[in-house]
Structures are given as C-alpha cells and as structure tokens.
Design a protein around this ligand. Structure first.
Ligand code: SF4
Length: 298
C-alpha cells in the first residue's frame, strides 16, 4: 500500500445520528479517515469525490484528538451517552492506521469519557486495540434504553462472500474473508461480544440458501454471537460509482447474470421489498438452525 495520505483538518468528527440503526445500535459515528484503501467496488461512499482508486484520495483527519475531545466532553457533560460506531464510511483499521494510530487515539479518548463503541471492520489490526476495547467494554456508560446490553464494546466483521477469489475481485484492498473470521474468533476468545455483518450479499451469487447456510455456519464456527444479512445497493452512473464498477465486475465474472440484475434493480438503487423479505426469511431460518442471533439485542 502506498504511504501517501492527505492530512486534513476537520471541524467535527463526532456525528450524531437522527435514528439508531437496529443492527448497529449507533447513536453516533466517528470516521477517522475519509475515503478508504480497501476499495470495495460495491462501497456506497464511492463516487466522483474519491475517484475509482480510493486509496489515492485517502485522507487522515489529523486533528481528530482535539476535536473529538471537545465534542465528547460536551456530550458527556450533558450525559448524552450513546454507542459510537467506528466506522460507518471508512475502514478504521486499514494499513495506514498502523502508522498514524488515529483510530487508537479515538478509542483512548472515548474510554476517557466512558462512551460505548461498536467497531465495524474487515481487518485484523483491530487486535492491536483489544487492550483499550476491553476497558471500554467494562467501564462504558450505556444509554438508558440499551442498559440491558450490559457491554460497552462490540466488534463486527463485515464480509460479503466467503469465496476468496470473488472477494479479491470485489474487495481488492481488503484482507481475505478467512482472516476476518479468524480475527473474530480471537475477539471471541478474548471475551468480546462479536459477530458478522454479511452485507452486501450478492444477488444470485451469495444470496442462495446454500451460500447463506455456509456463511452462517462459518459465523457460528468462528464464534459469532450475531450475524446480519443485508443486500446490495447500487448507486450512480459515473465512472467511479459503485453501480458502474459492479456491472463491470458482472461483465467479467457473471455476464449471464446481467439481465437478472437489470430486472432486480430496475426501479431503484436496491432490490424490491419482496426480495429483501425473502432474503431475511431465508437468513432467519438458517440463523435459528445454528443458534446465531439476528440482532445484537434480539
Ligand atoms: S472497507 Fe468499507 S468503507 Fe472501505 S471500501 Fe470497503 S465497504 Fe467501503
């Protein structure tokens, strides 16, 4: 990976969410970087802003420590505790993090103000920070309506397919899916609440009963407490947009599926509700079979 990174100053790093997502339970998010070196072709942050190779336009929010400290001290004073998701629009543990340590700094500050965190990652570099995450897990103050969670840290690994070859084509800069599962197992062994976010699953490729079964079984075998299963979204017609790149991927690997995709996505950036309901139904049946929760709090 290139060592080039733009350094940027930001006015805010703590985003307050209007609505808490029932998968991620996130009241806030922190994204220490802008753009992402993992370059997943399906990534929703794609577009002309970052270009086709998002590693080239990757930026580090170098003044994160002082800004986060200021924002969190205000929220803590008002006792506006809530789960902070790291990260929602970048990968918090890409290789540059080894050098810059911005995610680690964010966690140290969060620990100081006793906010709970939800890490969402594809990388084993998260293991470096288990020491801080353990302290957060034990000392964070949960918002009143999530008290029953009784944990201050969750670690979720996102995976879209277990097929290594496909993963290389879809997520060219990211660690292999098996490495993510093995990292999850380490987190589980260390006592963390952990799980998998299988999103996006790929219509007609990794959304079949057989594939979902394989994925949920793997989640169970590698220690997942929960597994989410979500579908693909395709945005934009520009050269760096995920829809354009995804269709290019289909042309190369699954040309016969293109008409089915055109039909599935004919009305929207996502498949119709019936498709989503069927996927959820399939996933629920399989999660029940393997005794894996479908939400962090079910
Ligand atoms: S790791 Fe996440 S943020 Fe980075 S490119 Fe992939 S989907 Fe996007």
């Amino acid at each position: 990976m290139s060592e080039m990174v733009n350094e940027i100053q930001v006015k805010s790093v703590l985003n307050k969410h209007k609505r808490r997502d029932d998968w991620f339970l996130d009241d806030y998010s922190v994204n220490p970087y802008e753009g992402c070196a993992f370059n997943c072709i399906y990534c929703y942050i794609r577009g002309s802003k970052y270009g086709e190779n998002m590693e080239r336009t990757l930026s580090a929010k170098v003044n994160l420590p002082e800004v986060l400290r200021r924002q969190l001290s205000l929220r803590a004073r008002r006792r506006e505790y809530g789960i902070i998701c790291i990260a929602t629009s970048t990968e918090p543990y890409m290789p540059i993090e080894e050098k810059l340590g911005l995610t680690r700094k964010a966690l140290e500050i969060i620990l100081g103000y006793r906010f709970p965190v939800h890490i969402v990652t594809k990388s084993k570099l998260v293991l470096r920070d288990l020491d801080i995450l353990k302290k957060i897990d034990e000392t964070a103050i949960l918002p009143d309506d999530l008290k029953k969670l009784n944990r201050g840290a969750m670690i979720t690994f996102s995976i879209s397919t277990l097929d290594e070859k496909l993963a290389r084509a879809l997520e060219p800069g990211a660690p292999a899916p098996m490495e993510r599962l093995e990292t999850m197992m380490r987190c589980k062994e260390e006592g963390f609440l952990t799980g998998v976010c299988y999103a996006p699953t790929l219509p007609f490729i990794s959304d079949t009963e057989e594939e979902i079964d394989r994925m949920i079984k793997a989640a169970k075998d590698y220690g997942a407490d929960y597994a989410f299963v979500g579908t693909l979204t395709l945005f934009g017609d520009g050269p760096a947009d995920c829809k354009t790149l995804y269709y290019r991927f289909l042309e190369r690997h699954f040309p016969n599926l293109i008409p089915k995709y055109r039909s599935l996505f004919r009305a929207s950036f996502k498949p119709p509700k019936e498709y989503e309901d069927k996927l959820e139904e399939r996933a629920t049946k399989i999660r029940d079979k393997y005794n894996v929760r479908y939400r962090i709090i079910s």
